[in-house]
Structures are given as C-alpha cells and as structure tokens.
Design a protein around this ligand. Structure first.
Ligand code: ADP
Ligand code: K
Ligand code: ZN
Length: 432
C-alpha cells in the first residue's frame, strides 16, 4: 500500500522535526547562491539563526521574477560540474526560469514520483503510457522515471496524435495513462468516433491527470467515460515538477510530501497564514534538493489545506484542488501563458493598434484560443491579401512565443470594448 511506509505515515511531530533538520540543509545551500546571499545580507538575516519553521517567516518570499532576474546561475548552489540536468518553466521564451538538478536531486525526485504512483496502485506489470510533453516540460521525464522506478513498462509517447495513442493503448494493453484533463475528454470522444468503447475496448484502470486546473465534475466525467479511476496530480517545475502533491485512493485532497517541501498557505495580499479550509496562496520551500534551493516560493496557486488526518494513514497534509491563481496566468492545453507575453508580441508589430482580447473556449471537448487584434486604420482598410499575410504573421509570432497556435482575428480599430478600469484581456468561457 505504501512505497515508503515509515516516511509516509510518520507521526506529525517527527515529520516536523525532520522538516526543521532539512531546513538547515536548505539554508546552508541557499547561502551558496548569489541570490540568497544577497537577500540575507539586504534583510539583515543571519541564516544560522533561522532554526525553526516559525523563524522562516522572516525570510521574504521568492518570486518567479526573482528566478528570471537572476538567470542563469543566481540560484545555483553547487559547482556546475555537479549538475546533470536542467528543466525550465513551460510556455515562456525570453528569460526562462531554470531549475538545476544534481544526480542525487534527480534520484530523490524519481523516488517522490514513484511514491505518488504507487499510492494510486501503479505496479510492476502495469503498462504506463505517458501522454505529457517530454523535453523541458517536467511532466514527461519527471513522471517517466518514477514509473520506471516502480517497474512499470513505460511508453514515452508524448502528447497528441490521438489515433496513434489509441493504437498504442490497444496493442500494448496500456493500463495507466498520464494526460492533461482537457485532453482526456477529447481523447474519449475520439475513441468513440473510431467506433470503440473506451470502457470496453481498452485495458485502462488508472488515469493520472494534472498540469491544469479542473473541477470535480470534470474528473467524474473522465472516470465515467473511461470506466477507470482518475487521480489529480499537482506540481510545478520550480519545485521539480510532478510529484509535489498527489491524490490518494480516497480522492479527497492531494497529499503534499512534507519531507520534500515545507508548505505554507497564506493570504496573497498580506502573506498572513491562512487557517485550514481557508483558500490562500501556496508557498513552498524545498527541503530535499541541493542544486537549486528555493525558499518560500510564491507559486501563485490558490488552494486550502486540510487539517484532519486522511483515512489512508498518510500523515502528510492534503491540499485542495487548485482554485485559481493570484496572478493573471492562464493555462491552455497544459501550457502556462501570461497575457503579457501575447501583448509583447502584438505591440512589436507596427500594424497593430493598442487594443486586443484573448477568448478561451471549449468546443467539442477541444480548448480553443482566439486572439482578437485591432489593426490601425491605415492598414485595416487596405489590401485584403496584405491583411491575410499580416494575420498569418501574427499567428506565427504568437506561436513562437507561447508555443501553441491561437486563432487570430483582425478587427476594425475601435471595435473592441474598452474598460474604464483595468483592461479585461482574457475572457475564459471554458467550463472547468
Ligand atoms: P508543468 O511543466 O508540469 O506543467 P509548469 O511549471 O509549467 O509545470 O506549470 C505549473 C503550474 O501548472 C502550476 O503552478 C499550476 O498553476 C498548474 N498546475 C499543475 N498541476 C495542476 C493541477 N493538478 N491542478 C491545477 N493546476 C495545476
Ligand atoms: K502547467
Ligand atoms: Zn490519503
């Protein structure tokens, strides 16, 4: 039932002692980084005096901006020769955020993911088809190594190409898939359109779904369409990737592995701690990673934590589904996108006027993104062929920035609504 019984069911008092011990190691590593050395100095903090988890609250939180601003090595705590891999946050070009791993870091991450998979019943003998992107995205390689560690036959197929996915699932008798929830529903509908029944003609017992927010209703629909269990998987590349928090078979909240991270849930405005059940922003401190220590990372993800112990016997606290974000990032087909990325592309195109709008929707289980762009009058009322070329150019430039291709619609200047307050740039009509 447990991958590591002792640690998974460790009494909370001991677990917190372990956290405080590991915090010392994290602080030690942090002092070796340019970023934290400077942060401690500026804030007159002596890391040697930070002994308890309480004390940690005196350290200012770290943001994605900090990671960007100190690219490429500002957060690196080990000699470069010890680094064996890097991952970088999805969906952003320009200055990315980079996370470095030593061989031992990767080993620990692999174990962390194996623990999650084992918890929901993945075993040696399972056939695991990983439909997440490989490469810089962490959902591919991160989950891959965890599944191999358990001894499952692991198929690194990556995302997309539904017919091929279905062919693999049928021929290799796939029992477990890792998939983005919005794609799971689309895949089920494609399976049906091939004249197959996802419940009868496949061998699936488990889906691991993550990388984007989804509701309990969506999960139930996925489970019903496949006749299999679907478990929520939460992670972010700054905190390794998948494996940060994962549902157990009770499907009520996700266990956040507290031997790997120190969890805080805080009010995003005041940074005051929230009580159990109160939605706030998740702050995470790495407790089990050498190359890139991060202290009090502002994930911008909103959720609450549970106080009650879980019937599964694991003592690591549970967090709720992600309820939203404390910034304006949205996730499209698993890819994180900031409206500012789209704005930057558009504003660099001379023909584009100042107003634009991003409309997200879902049609036939497919997420769609439409970018409406106002064009300056001298270009809008001109040659149709030129306009079409402009549209294609905008599309291509957006694609290279955000890694997905939106539909682009050029509109007459002054035709998009203007708001008096903060511009509403993103209209999300997808039902979660
Ligand atoms: P990945 O490459 O694994 O998608 P990223 O770092 O690109 O990781 O994205 C992490 C972000 O994705 C999280 O901060 C969160 O907003 C979102 N996310 C990941 N998993 C989930 C989940 N299960 N539910 C809701 N949002 C999620
Ligand atoms: K994501
Ligand atoms: Zn549990």
């Amino acid at each position: 039932m447990y991958w590591e019984k002792e640690i998974e069911t460790m009494p909370r008092e001991e677990l917190m002692k372990l956290q405080e011990q590991r915090l010392q190691k994290t602080l030690e590593q942090a002092q070796k980084t340019a970023f934290y050395k400077e942060l401690f100095r500026k804030n007159h903090l002596d890391p040697q005096k930070i002994k308890t988890l309480e004390d940690l609250r005196n350290v200012p939180p770290t943001t994605k901006e900090d990671l960007r601003n100190h690219f490429p090595y500002g957060f690196l705590a080990v000699p470069l020769e010890e680094v064996v891999r890097l991952h970088s946050s999805s969906g952003t070009t320009g200055t990315p955020t980079v996370i470095y791993h030593t061989a031992e870091d990767l080993e620990k991450w692999t174990n962390q993911v194996a623990r999650c998979l084992y918890m929901v019943g993945v075993r040696r003998g399972d056939v695991f088809q990983n439909m997440m992107s490989y490469g810089l995205f962490t959902g591919g390689l991160g989950m891959h190594y965890g599944a191999e560690r358990i001894g499952a036959l692991t198929i690194p197929i990556g995302p997309g190409n539904s017919k091929r996915q279905i062919w693999f699932m049928r021929n290799f008798k796939t029992t477990v898939i890792h998939i983005i929830p919005s794609y799971a529903l689309l895949l089920a509908s494609i399976i049906k359109s091939e004249g197959l029944d996802p419940k009868e003609d496949l061998y699936l017992h488990t889906l691991l779904i993550g990388a984007e927010p989804h509701s309990e209703e969506t999960r139930r629909r996925i489970e019903e369409s496949f006749g299999a269990k679907a478990y929520n998987s939460y992670g972010l590349s700054e905190m390794n990737g998948p494996g940060v928090a994962f549902e157990c078979v009770y499907q009520e909240g996700m266990h956040l592995w507290e031997d790997y991270y120190y969890l805080e849930v805080v009010n995003p405005e005041t940074l005051e701690p929230c009580s159990p059940g109160e939605v706030g922003e998740i702050l995470l401190t790495t407790l089990n990673r050498d190359a890139t220590p991060i202290i009090r990372y502002r994930t911008r993800d909103l959720a609450y934590y549970y106080e009650e112990p879980c019937p599964c016997g694991r003592t690591h606290r549970r967090i709720s589904r992600i309820r939203g974000r404390s910034d304006d990032m949205f996730i499209f087909r698993g890819v994180n996108i900031f409206p500012i990325q789209i704005e930057k592309v558009l504003m660099n195109i001379p023909e584009v006027a100042s107003n634009y709008r991003i409309i997200l929707d879902r049609e036939d289980f497919k997420d769609t993104m439409k970018v409406e762009v106002e064009i300056k009058p001298e270009f809008f009322f001109g040659d149709l062929l030129k306009l079409e070329r402009l549209r294609e150019r905008i599309k291509a430039e957006l694609r290279s920035e955000i890694l997905v291709t939106p539909e682009v619609v050029l509109v007459e200047p002054g035709s998009l609504p203007v708001s008096e307050g903060k511009a509403v740039r993103v209209i999300d009509q997808r039902k979660m």
